[in-house]
Design a binder for this molecule. Structure first.
Ligand SMILES: *[C@@H]1O[C@H](CO)[C@@H](O)[C@H](O)[C@H]1NC(C)=O
Ligand SMILES: *[C@@H]1O[C@H](CO)[C@@H](O)[C@H](O)[C@H]1NC(C)=O
Ligand SMILES: *[C@@H]1O[C@H](CO)[C@@H](O)[C@H](O)[C@H]1NC(C)=O
Ligand SMILES: *[C@@H]1O[C@H](CO)[C@@H](O)[C@H](O)[C@H]1NC(C)=O
Length: 257
């Protein structure tokens, strides 16, 4: 058996198992295809999306940063301490003719839906639940507002972003913090390295969300970056920031396809 046919056989039996489960319930409005997982979705904030800004991924004004209203917060198991920030999902409502609208949405993970262990009900962001807390405009594209919560099917998709990866440089001369956003491809960053014109590649560490840090002093040097995403792909952007880069500045590199 080739690697490919083994994979397909594996996926085939999972699909068959899901299909058989659905036939038993006999209430399905959509048949899950290969790669779709069952979860639930709610929404937070109003139609303006104001409450979705400055979330746990470290992104700031989501309109300015290109994410817009097409965003979601993730339950604890999906959020994975912020490692999934920037991942993209396609989501469709599932198994309710009453509450579901047709079609699917594509969203980027920008925030955390915290668990609450003292809540007897509505504790859908607690482990082990897979849950999407969408911006209200996104929820209302796939579900009826009055539903509050709907079952969904979701799958990871490639992130389509326009322009290059953006590097917002914050911190101070002794501690550089870089927010990495607008990442295409898999979207969720697993590794960032930085290089000054007078240094080798320096390993950065995740501070929170998609904020990456180093205490190497790099003021006055050109900055280059290597960004690796969860699929193992890496994009290198040379001399993204000129030698006179400024704290608070945003610099643009290359992007994944
Ligand atoms: C957005 O929320 C902030 C507080 O988080 C508030 O100061 C501001 O007035 C809100 N803007 C709108 C348009 O609701
Ligand atoms: C579909 O919905 C029905 C009733 O709302 C529920 O009993 C059933 O468990 C659901 N099936 C799946 C696969 O989620
Ligand atoms: C957790 O849920 C309880 C009960 O609903 C509520 O009183 C409390 O404010 C919640 N805690 C947080 C941090 O949201
Ligand atoms: C710094 O970057 C500029 C382009 O932005 C380039 O012309 C120059 O050679 C670079 N300097 C070093 C030392 O890499």
């Amino acid at each position: 058996m080739t690697e490919r046919s083994r994979t397909m056989a594996g996926e085939g039996s999972i699909v068959l198992a899901i299909f058989m489960a659905l036939c038993l319930c006999n209430t399905a409005t959509t048949t899950p295809n290969m790669g779709w997982t069952v979860a639930h979705a709610t929404f937070y904030g109003d139609m303006s999306g104001n409450e979705t800004m400055y979330g746990a991924c470290g992104y700031e004004n989501l309109f300015k940063q290109g994410y817009g209203l097409e965003t979601t917060a993730l339950s604890q198991v999906l959020f994975n301490d912020g490692k999934t920030c920037g991942a993209c999902y396609e989501i469709q409502c599932y198994n309710s003719t009453k509450w579901c609208l047709k079609g699917s949405i594509q969203v980027t993970a920008t925030n955390f839906c915290p668990p609450n262990y003292s809540k007897p009900h509505e504790n859908w962001c607690n482990p082990p639940l897979q849950h999407f807390d969408l911006s209200q405009p996104m929820f209302r594209k796939i579900g009826v507002y009055q539903a509050g919560i709907v079952p969904v099917l979701y799958r990871r998709i490639n992130c389509i972003k326009s322009g290059g990866i953006k590097f917002e440089i914050k911190g101070n001369p002794y501690w550089i913090l870089v927010l990495v956003y607008n990442v295409g491809g898999a979207g969720d960053i697993t590794d960032v390295k930085i290089k000054g014109s007078c240094t080798d590649w320096i390993q950065m560490s995740r501070n929170w969300g998609q904020n990456w840090q180093t205490s190497t002093q790099l003021v006055g040097q050109n900055l280059s970056f290597q960004v690796t995403t969860s699929d193992g792909k890496m994009v290198q952007s040379d001399n993204v920031a000129p030698a006179d880069w400024k704290f608070g500045g945003v610099y643009e590199g290359k992007n994944f396809q």
